[in-house]
Design a protein around this ligand. Structure first.
Ligand code: KMH
Ligand code: ZN
Length: 273
């Protein structure tokens, strides 16, 4: 089986320091947290930008500063910018980080309720627009799918040539308003993508390690991090992103899977042409 590619989603747009003081906001905090995750075994950082007070921003200028700071601390690391941003942002706002041609970005493939009062909107026209921009800017992408219908949408767009290979899915399950992340949900999602497609899992809250274990066993990759989950175990806040990555590494080793370096991750994810 391939080595395991670990992504760390270090900050997100919804969680705050009130939820867990380890959530990074400033450039220095974000770079430090990325470094901890990198040292622990993450080869990809899924990156959201925030202002110093924690307000989410998609401005390319902030992403540029963050990417520079992270790259300086973590040689070779893959940075995947978010084009999800935070709920309520316009598609134009969300696409801003693509202006600086990042190595990789998230491409969300459908709409869902996101928490009690919000809707994370991704119309099919918007998905097409995001994909076109990523091709124009030569950005590799990972397909964020929060339920099975999103896989179907992505596959329809792939058949039309709007989404291109390599297909890299990220099953983002357990959002309050979306599909849960039990083992049977994983099986359904995995069974719904082409045999040769790549996949990773991003479980929200308690689903983080339920899904991680499934992906480790079944040859997929894993995303962990404070964006998705604040706890290292039930009722115990994670001290850092590094601690969440360490737990995934421990789980991988206990199932006999080695951890990919960033260079190996680029090969595994077919990012090297
Ligand atoms: N913040 C969520 C509304 C992504 O990064 O592409 C969307 C999100 C997905 O986090
Ligand atoms: Zn995100």
């Amino acid at each position: 089986m391939n080595k395991l590619v670990i992504t760390c989603a270090i900050t997100g747009a919804e969680v705050t320091k009130k939820d867990n003081p380890a959530v990074p906001y400033t450039i220095a905090e974000t770079a430090e947290s990325a470094y901890g995750a990198y040292k622990a075994g993450a080869s990809i950082i899924h990156l959201h930008a925030r202002e110093d007070d924690g307000t989410p921003t998609q401005h390319w200028h902030r992403y540029n500063e963050l990417i520079e700071a992270i790259k300086a601390r973590c040689p070779g690391i893959i940075i995947q910018v978010s084009t999800g941003g935070s709920v309520g942002m316009t598609a134009e706002e969300r696409m801003s980080p693509l202006e600086i041609s990042p190595e990789m970005a998230s491409l969300d493939c459908g709409t869902l309720n996101f928490g009690k009062n919000d809707i994370f909107v991704n119309t099919i026209s918007e998905i097409e627009m995001f994909a076109a921009k990523m091709h124009e800017k030569n950005v590799q992408y990972e397909l964020g799918v929060f339920e099975k219908g999103h896989i179907d949408t992505a596959l329809r767009l792939w058949k039309k040539g709007i989404i291109r290979e390599p297909l890299r899915f990220c099953f983002a399950l357990g959002v309050y308003g979306g599909m849960t992340g039990e083992a049977r949900d994983f099986e359904f999602m995995k069974g719904s993508i082409p045999e040769d497609a790549l996949f990773s899992v991003a479980g929200v809250g308690k689903y983080e390690y339920i899904l991680a274990e499934q992906a480790i066993i079944h040859g997929g990759n894993v995303r962990v991090g404070l964006e998705d989950n604040l706890y290292i175990e039930k009722g115990v806040l994670a001290s850092s992103n590094a601690a969440l990555v360490e737990k995934a590494v421990w789980m991988a080793h206990s199932h006999g899977r080695e951890i990919a370096t960033p260079t190996e991750a680029r090969m595994i994810l077919k990012m090297v042409k």
